[in-house]
Design a protein around this ligand. Sequence first.
Ligand SMILES: C[S@@+](CC[C@H](N)C(=O)[O-])C[C@H]1O[C@@H](n2cnc3c(N)ncnc32)[C@H](O)[C@@H]1O
Length: 425
Amino acid sequence: MPQSATLAPRAAALDLIHTVFEHRRSLSDAQGGLATLPPEARARAARLAQEGLRQMDRADHLLRRALRKTPPDRVLWVLRLATVEMLGLGAAAHGVINDAVALTRGWAGEPKLTGLVNAVLRQMAQHSAQDWAQTPVPRLPAWLRGALQNAYGNPVTQAIEAAHQHPAPLDLTLRDGAEPPTGLAGQALPTGTLRLHHAGQVSALPGYDSGAWWVQDAAASLPARLLGQVQGASVLDICAAPGGKTMQLAAAGAKVTALDMSGPRLGRLHENLARTGLDAAVVQGDALHWTPDSPFDAILLDAPCSATGTIRRHPELPHLRNRADVKALCALQAQLLDRVLDPAQGLLRAGGRVVYCTCSLLPDEGEAQASAAMARHRVQAQRVCLPGLPDDWRTPEGGIRTRPDYWPDSGGIDGFYMIVLQHMG
Ligand SMILES: C[S@@+](CC[C@H](N)C(=O)[O-])C[C@H]1O[C@@H](n2cnc3c(N)ncnc32)[C@H](O)[C@@H]1O
């Protein structure tokens, strides 16, 4: 590849990381700023930024030995990304070091710093794959690590951290049940998901244009399935965008109303429905206040949460969130649960069912939230059998818990919590 073709994605990866930390935006939101790059360069930049964030602590472990003092932040990131590329992703040292020096010159303009980058990276390039593999597995920040240790103990917390070191495979939910489109081969999971371990460009895969599937982690596909037969039932999908669960419910024959407060995210939901040819009534509104004309047979509440179950896909997340965010999210989840479970609110018909779920690893947003809701309302957990799911995924209060350290030999699964709550009448 000519040098400029490698320099542009490397420069863009640095910009992405800068945006994540400076503006506290997720990596996927920050990627909006890459629109001017060709698709291949955009994908390279995104992958490099993602792996840089995932493996930053490993790079720091080796860089600390080579640096007498910490360089300015942007130069430190040049060093981190170059180290991750050479040692973690196996890129050829020569090109990586040349580009790193060029990027430092562009920003810092100081011969001393370009000399430092050159010298340090040459030292890094001497490390073997074994040196890299022996660096300690990066730890989660204290606010999250402590909560996971309390919930699951130390060995499981370490297993979760180890699982975060691997990028998630690509999971597809098939619109028409178990039959994948011609030419699309993958691993069939007990969740009904088709898993691809080396996918490449998503929009180039067979069946994308015809809307035969959509991207959805295996764990994220379970909550809608907990509602079982929904043919002809009216289902309110609360907090619906970008619509993974809306599409599952619509494909299963439900009359779906998809409610979300975010206009841009609803835009993506509309695009998804158009691509898959599925149908739902889409409403922009606040779930704490919106009232329907008549109550629904069932509600799926995929509540806003810390998203700590998705760190494999979003390695920036632990750096952007903190305890106070989780506390505020827990309060909102309880309010949303009260809204859907209180018959006087007019959202759920008598005897109707609610699936509550979050893509969080924290019991405060899952098990504890569900138990507290059962204490506040006349509802009970309904045990639903999903064939193929291990029994130890069941939780004492009647829910299901998944974690990224599950299924280690098949590529893991996102962390999720889900439970079906039914009115006792
Ligand atoms: C976990 S995401 C939903 C993912 C979605 N269910 C899917 O499967 O694709 C949470 C969503 O909650 C929405 N949200 C947050 N607070 C809300 C509120 N008060 N009312 C409606 N939507 C809300 C956010 O805009 C976001 O789209």
